[in-house]
Design a protein around this ligand. Structure first.
Ligand code: G3I
Length: 366
């Protein structure tokens, strides 16, 4: 198979879809077999996707795609506070339990996303006032979720998106939230200690976006994330790894050296690196599919190449597996009305050049 190394970024960016298409056919064979017979599948970097609740229940093609390609699954919003704990004394595990059952039935694992986030909070949580109330809510939530899935969810995104988006090149700061307002920065420490006490074997991550592009925010955000990580480790917080969401932007090239050096430093701190929500926002790209797919593939190639050159990630996950079900048009609907193409399978479940790129890197033998 023509290795992607042979595919220069220049060729990819110029839209040599034919060449990427060649890779797609090769990778497709590998992808469908999960790991081709004799390919020591256990040495692959696991690939996974978030899972949408309705399609999981109602769409056989969707279920088939998950079983054909994935080794790990993440409920898309099944652990969001507004869904999983709509009232202080009410927990709603049907979404997470259905993903867990499907994963277990298909020799896959399930990841927990996310225990503490500033967003998707139910009104009762938004109305929390005072340290005691916040501590009580945080304790009950984290203990209940992690204990329930103890030994079944091996990796938790404990704190999701703790940093503000830097404005105008300023330094990134800790994001304001009900947790920061009532507990200060130590809410992060508490969340990790509570999760570790509830399941000492679970791998505990911070999950963040916006660190990889040649835009004005990525460099200060990397610097702030690195400082936060070092502060937490210095305080003895049981932090085990970093989730890089990887919502790549068509408008900005990847900062390959900045991303590489950041990942190298994360690894030098003894932390694992997970690509947790990879997709490529394509609303600013021309409509023609070959050219659009080529840029999407090139962004992912540049990002994964920079990461893999610094560390072998524990997993590569996309935030959805098919363009038929993606969050992207929620905020990045295309002006021309064409369907977004951010994911490894198109809206008819056909592998795209993005899948070729992901599969190529996931095959990198340790
Ligand atoms: O809670 C309601 C539930 O009561 C109702 O039955 C159901 C019907 O669809 O909707 C549920 O709300 C969902 C909500 O998440 C739960 O928090 C919405 O459907 C769902 O569309 C909503 O959006 C999700 C969003 O996070 C929440 O902010 C998206 O589907 C999901 O793709 C998106 O994912 C985020 C990651 O968590 C963090 N990184 C960025 C990524 C994309 O924004």
């Amino acid at each position: 198979m023509v290795g992607l190394k042979m595919l220069s970024r220049r060729q990819a960016l110029s839209g040599s879809a034919a060449l990427i298409g060649t890779l797609a056919s090769g990778a497709l064979a590998m992808g469908r077999a999960k790991a081709a017979p004799g390919f020591h599948g256990s040495q692959r970097v696991p690939y996974g996707s978030c899972v949408a609740f309705g399609p999981l229940q109602n769409e056989p093609d969707y279920r088939g795609a998950l079983t054909a390609y994935c080794q790990q699954l993440t409920p898309e919003w099944g652990f969001n506070w507004d869904y999983v704990q709509p009232a202080p004394s009410q927990f709603n595990f049907d979404f997470a339990d259905s993903v867990l059952a499907f994963a277990q039935a298909n020799d896959m694992t399930m990841r927990g996303h996310a225990l503490v986030w500033y967003a998707s909070l139910p009104d009762w949580a938004k109305d929390i006032r005072g340290a005691a109330e916040a501590e009580s809510a945080l304790t009950s939530h984290v203990e209940t979720l992690v204990s329930r899935y103890r030994g079944k969810v091996k990796t938790w995104h404990v704190v999701n998106e703790p940093l503000e988006d830097p404005k105008g090149g300023s330094a990134a700061s800790l994001r304001q939230s009900v947790w920061m307002q009532n507990l200060g920065e130590k809410y992060i420490d508490r969340a990790f200690h509570l999760a570790h006490q509830a399941d000492p074997a679970a791998e505990l991550l911070i999950n963040e976006y916006g660190i990889e592009s040649l835009d004005e925010g990525s460099t200060p955000k990397r610097q702030a994330l690195l400082k936060l990580v070092k502060d937490l480790l210095g305080r003895g917080v049981p932090l085990h790894g970093i989730g890089l969401q990887g919502h790549l932007l068509d408008k900005y090239e990847i900062d390959t050296s900045g991303t590489h050096d950041f990942v190298s430093e994360i690894r030098s701190l003894g932390l694992s690196v997970h690509i947790t929500e990879l997709d490529v926002v394509d609303d600013s790209l021309p409509g023609a599919i070959p050219a659009r797919d080529a840029v999407v593939a090139a962004r992912a190639y540049d990002f994964l190449d920079a990461v893999f050159a610094a560390a072998r990630p524990s997993m590569v996950g996309t935030w959805g597996i098919t363009d038929r079900h993606t969050w992207v048009p929620m905020y990045h609907k295309r002006a021309d009305g064409l369907i977004n193409r951010p994911l490894p399978l198109d809206d008819h479940y056909r592998p795209t050049p993005l899948w070729s790129v992901i599969n190529y890197f996931c095959q990198q033998i340790a």
